[in-house]
Design a protein around this ligand. Structure first.
Ligand SMILES: NC(=O)c1ccc[n+]([C@@H]2O[C@H](COP(=O)([O-])OP(=O)(O)OC[C@H]3O[C@@H](n4cnc5c(N)ncnc54)[C@H](O)[C@@H]3O)[C@@H](O)[C@H]2O)c1
Length: 245
């Protein structure tokens, strides 16, 4: 029997990178998964006809869209055990370059999107008396990397995760956050960072490599699963030791 047997998981950002990997890992361990993303073409291309995967268009900044998507998932599978808030955007712009519109968009998607997701699933989890939420923050919320506006949006994810863990523990809902380092996904490939910058990062990483989506996916799966039944409010750094230095 798989580690996620009979679990129903809703995973945002499920069309690319880490979210896509989580859909694969969770279903391989027996879960039924709803992959949610704003990119419907990618959802369709990746998940059409794949067993135990359903997909739904979701803009995480839209609270009404969240309510509909979560209801569709719960109606279809009869319950909702797990939410993974993985959808996100990044920018390399620093404090002096960013516009107010850039700031707003980052915080809408990364911060509000995570909050809106938790708010949408909590009623279902409360009714069931159990649930597990894992939010994807970033190592940039913990160390000064010069990506001020992105760091701030991921700091918001960190803070609301702890607050939600404290608020909903009594309802049997666990909330944890993970802090990936640089992970090789389309997000990183799309950044303008030069090869030299990434090589510099690798030199400063004790495990001397970039992370892979499965490095994060496996850790998230542990936190989401019943194996982590006494873990809530935890902050798990998955960065090859970068921030330990
Ligand atoms: N790759 C890294 O190095 C890294 C490091 C730390 C944290 N993270 C975080 O991990 C998460 C996943 O990143 P990734 O590297 O897999 O990126 P990715 O770009 O491969 O995937 C992100 C997904 O989020 C979706 N998305 C964007 N805006 C959305 C919206 N408004 N509504 C719904 N979906 C939306 C995109 O369509 C995409 O499929 C993000 O939250 C990111 O900030 C990434």
């Amino acid at each position: 029997m798989g580690r996620m047997q009979d679990k129903v998981a809703f995973i945002t950002g499920g069309a690319s990178g880490m979210g896509e990997m989580m859909v694969k890992l969770f279903t391989a361990e027996g879960a039924k998964v709803v992959a949610a993303d704003i990119n419907t073409d990618a959802l369709k291309a990746k998940w059409d006809g794949v067993e135990n995967v359903d997909y739904v268009k979701l803009n995480v900044t839209d609270a009404d869209n969240w309510a509909e998507a979560v209801k569709t998932a719960a109606d279809k599978f009869g319950k909702l055990d797990i939410l993974i808030n993985c959808a996100g955007i990044s920018t390399e712009k620093g404090m002096e370059d960013i516009t107010l519109a850039d700031w707003q968009r980052l915080h809408d998607i990364n911060g509000f999107g995570t909050y809106a997701g938790m708010r949408a699933v909590v009623p279902y989890m409360k009714e069931a008396g159990q649930g597990s939420i894992v939010n994807i923050s970033s190592y940039t919320a913990l160390v000064g990397m010069g990506y001020n506006p992105y760091s701030a949006s991921k700091g918001s994810v960190r803070a609301i995760s702890r607050a939600a863990a404290a608020e909903f523990g009594k309802d049997g809902i666990r909330v944890n956050a993970v802090f990936p380092g640089v992970i090789q996904t389309p997000m990183v490939a799309n950044l303008e960072s030069s090869k030299a910058a990434l090589e510099g990062l690798i030199r400063m990483t004790p495990l001397a490599r970039l992370g892979q989506p499965e490095d994060v996916g496996n850790a998230v799966m542990f936190l989401a699963s019943d194996e982590a039944s006494y873990i809530t409010g935890a902050e798990l750094v998955i960065d090859g030791g970068f921030s330990a230095r």
